[in-house]
Write a protein that binds this ligand. Structure first.
Ligand SMILES: [Zn+2]
Length: 306
């Protein structure tokens, strides 16, 4: 019980206050004993005990031993408690002023205010790196290029650019993991994304095929389709402006991620990994950054034009 009491106090100031109250209590007992004895006998023949107050009288063994045992217990408990850092008191606050801050643990403790980060407002852009996991997408053994890895790298670069421009961004995957197409659509819906941009790389039987193309789902009389087409146009314009690529067009595509999504959605085929020249360029980090910048800037253009 005593240990419990001291652990509840658990900081130096509370412990000091407790000690003072115990000492005063012992003091009071000594004074009471002195008053009771009404004598100034310098030596207790019966118990041979030293006097605790001004050599005037001696305590009876029971009260003295009780006081002594109490002090020992408090000192031991105080040492244990003092090893625990006080979560509320720092050296600069261990002053008389701060004594009012030490509260029993049963009382609600004041918490430091949490730092409020400014919440970004505005649209949330959902970026979807194509393929992943067991679905590698297009691959070229000779160059070790894999569509799933390239698309993920480009998406991460786009994310960094967009967040740097203070946009909210969410990704369907950040690692080499397989995610079903319907799940990607559901993820974008769950975060209430404003835009869906899926990023892929093309392949063809002919090594001559090259350039960039972007797909959107063309439904008649659909505002979403019209917005998707505008988004696709903005992005491919920036791609063709920033890269030595070939414009292959903005096209209708009946792909799950652009058909089933509820927000404007495009699927970017940024380059052909089967074209030797584009494959060589895709091995270069600055070129990949140029692709990412063009996609991010195209998204930014679309959002500013709205
Ligand atoms: Zn693909």
């Amino acid at each position: 019980m005593l240990y419990n009491t001291v652990y509840i106090a658990y900081d130096e100031e509370a412990f000091a206050k407790l000690m003072i109250s115990v000492i005063r209590s012992v003091d009071a007992k000594v004074e009471a004993a002195c008053a009771a004895s009404k004598s100034h006998i310098a030596f207790d023949r019966e118990h041979q005990l030293p006097c605790l107050k001004n050599n005037e009288t001696y305590l009876k063994p029971l009260s003295f031993l009780t006081a002594f045992f109490t002090c020992c217990c408090l000192l031991m408990a105080g040492c244990s408690a003092s090893r625990q850092p006080s979560p509320y008191l720092t050296p600069s606050t261990t002053t008389a002023h701060s004594q009012t801050k030490a509260q029993p643990s049963s009382q609600p403790q004041p918490q430091p205010p949490k730092q409020q980060l400014p919440k970004r407002s505005g649209p949330l852009i959902f970026l979807d790196p194509g393929h992943g996991g067991r679905d590698a997408g297009a691959t070229v053994k000779a160059t070790h290029l894999q569509e799933k890895a390239l698309s993920l790298e480009i998406v991460k670069r786009v994310e960094r650019l967009l967040t740097g421009w203070n946009y909210n961004v969410a990704l369907s995957r950040r690692t080499d993991v397989f995610i079903p197409l319907q799940k990607r659509v559901a993820m974008a819906a769950r975060v209430n994304a404003s835009l869906f941009v899926s990023i892929h790389f093309n392949s063809a039987a002919s090594r001559k095929s090259r350039g960039a193309e972007i797909y959107y789902y063309d439904a008649t009389n659909s505002t979403r389709s019209a917005d998707s087409k505008r988004l696709a146009t903005s992005v491919i314009h920036r791609l063709c402006e920033a890269l030595p690529t070939r414009y292959r067009g903005v096209k209708h595509g009946d792909f799950c991620v652009i058909r089933e999504t509820a927000m404007p959605a495009v699927l970017v085929e940024a380059a052909f990994i089967t074209n030797p020249k584009e494959a060589r360029l895709l091995a270069s980090a600055p070129y990949k950054q140029q692709i990412a910048w063009a996609i991010a800037k195209g998204i930014d253009d679309y959002l500013h034009a709205k």
